[in-house]
Design a binder for this molecule. Sequence first.
Ligand SMILES: [Mn+2]
Length: 346
Amino acid sequence: MEIKTLLSVKIQDRSNISEARRLSASIASEMGFNETATGKIAVIVSEMATNIIKHCTDEKGELLVQKICLKDRCGIELIAIDKGPGMRNVTQCLTDGYSTAGSQGTGLGAIKRMSDKFDIYSSFGNGTIIISSIWLDDKGGYSPTALLDIGGISLPKKGERVNGDKWAFRKEEQSLSIILSDGLGHGVDASAASLEAIKCFNMHKSSSLSALMGSIHDSLRHTRGAAVALAEINYGNKILSFCGIGNINCVVQTSEKSKTMISHNGIAGHEIRKIQTFETQWIENSTLIMHSDGLSSRWNLEKNTVGLQNKAASITAAILYRDYSRGNDDLTVVVTRENIDMEKNK
Ligand SMILES: [Mn+2]
């Protein structure tokens, strides 16, 4: 299973609409979508980008294209992000023919109809996030994001071609394991260190988090080193375990409280003072947020809390990316949530 950010296009003016459309279509056809589906994806991207241009006056937006493979299905996840005025009434905006910008107004309703999975979060005054997923095969019916609600965005520092951050996850019947690695510095050597950490994660499937961190530390010796964090959610005993070295932030939120998990100082591959695994409860409505230091650790989601709990994890990841990027480093943010749909589909 994987989620990979393949493309980010800043949507600043009309020319970016066709750019986003063209690049997304070429990714879709490379992924194996047929002509019809590729066309549909291109239309969704156009609608998303057009909405951003139409509604946002000063600060515009961005479109992300992600490859997403969950359970037995792969697809494309389109994320439209803006800091525009937001919508006072999302339901009304989803109605065909409704528009505040004096055009046809078929945009949002059309995107929703064409998507296999659609989600929107708009906060008046703070902007809008729209998620549209299209699955590669035509099995219809079920959406694997209902079985596992996980979202992640990972992009290199501006001007870098490779990303020194890497993340991966593995879902087993009763558990979900996640690794996030931030290779020291950025560029090719940072990326090589993180790739080694991911390789280790994929090889040592049954190890405890502390043992796995030990193996990662050993195999990163010949690399530049990395900050590495490992999280494991056990759905059976409702425990989240966390083991971190260096600066990867990990927060577990419930409706009552927010708990930051402890990482020990050090650099995996070079200097580790202590490897230790900490546990906390993973209860209904718990949300896990993990991120590298490309995102400010001083985020808060307070102005966005209304209804966010019932939205896709990708929405929370996109809000954090939009509002708290530090802009001077590779950035990765991963969010997963225990949701009610998941319970139903177990
Ligand atoms: Mn970093």
